[in-house]
Design a protein around this ligand. Structure first.
Ligand code: PGA
Length: 247
């Protein structure tokens, strides 16, 4: 399985930020380790030009569930593909919280992404209250069942486990807590999708930094990371990619 270091730039980055990508490409070229950067949509096309022929691929941060139509401000999966994306993040907790995205909507978007030939990077994660109440696996199980459409395989789906309370906070779960959830996701995918599930990559996300990446990548069923803040600087993200290459 090809490991995956994915960067989510969120609403950060203008043309000058592409210098970070040039620096990143100068640092890394391990073909066994895929790098993915999901910039704001305005940077997709120029980033795709820079990434062509390298170990870097580019992705969107969201897409609309419909193929086209009267949806002002939205972007379809086919438009992302046309701009050079190979994948799209879906169901990020910030989309779920800021835009009221439900599991059902995320599943519809995942199908739209698949239809357009994009890999769906589907995000799941419990809130702090849910973890404190001992409901983590119930929440993850329900999100997994509701957000991942039938027919998921390694070719069309990546799952990112991102505890909401770990995103942008500098707090990370213990390695045992990450292991428990990744093992649960792996078993759930196997039960539902059988052999096709074996190739679905599972990323951990939430305050992954150069200082903690190596130990997180040792956790069973962790095949890479989805990185927010630390993906904005080539030096930080490059260190995380190097840790993944070495894992
Ligand atoms: P963070 O964000 O690495 O800044 O915590 C992760 C994410 O939201 O994907």
């Amino acid at each position: 399985m090809r490991r995956l270091a994915a960067g989510n730039w969120k609403m950060n980055g203008v043309s000058a930020s592409l210098d970070e990508i040039r620096a990143l490409l100068a640092l890394h070229s391990d073909p066994a380790c895929e790098m993915l950067i999901c910039p704001p949509a305005t940077l997709l096309a120029p980033l795709a030009v820079l990434a062509a022929g390298t170990a870097l691929s580019v992705g969107g941060q969201d897409c609309h569930q419909n193929a086209s139509g009267a949806h002002t401000g939205d972007i379809s999966a086919a438009m992302l593909k046309d701009a050079g994306a190979g994948s799209v993040i879906l169901g990020h907790s910030e989309r779920r919280a800021d835009h009221g995205e439900t599991d059902q909507l995320v599943a519809q978007k995942a199908l739209a992404a698949r239809e357009a030939g994009l890999v769906a990077v589907i995000c799941l994660g419990e809130t702090e209250g849910e973890r404190d109440a001992g409901r983590t696996l119930d929440v993850i199980g329900a999100q997994l069942a509701g957000s991942v459409p039938d027919g998921a395989s390694g070719a069309n789906t990546v799952i990112a486990y991102e505890p909401v309370w770990a995103i942008g906070t500098g707090r990370v779960p213990t390695l045992d807590q990450i292991a428990e959830v990744h093992d649960f996701i792996s078993r759930s995918l196997n039960a539902r999708f059988g052999t096709a599930a074996g190739a679905i990559r599972l990323l951990y996300g939430g305050s992954v930094k150069p200082s903690n990446a190596a130990e997180i990548f040792e956790v069973p069923h962790v095949h890479g990371a989805l990185v927010g803040g630390a993906s904005l600087k080539a030096s930080d993200f490059g260190t995380i990619v190097a840790a993944l290459s070495a894992a």
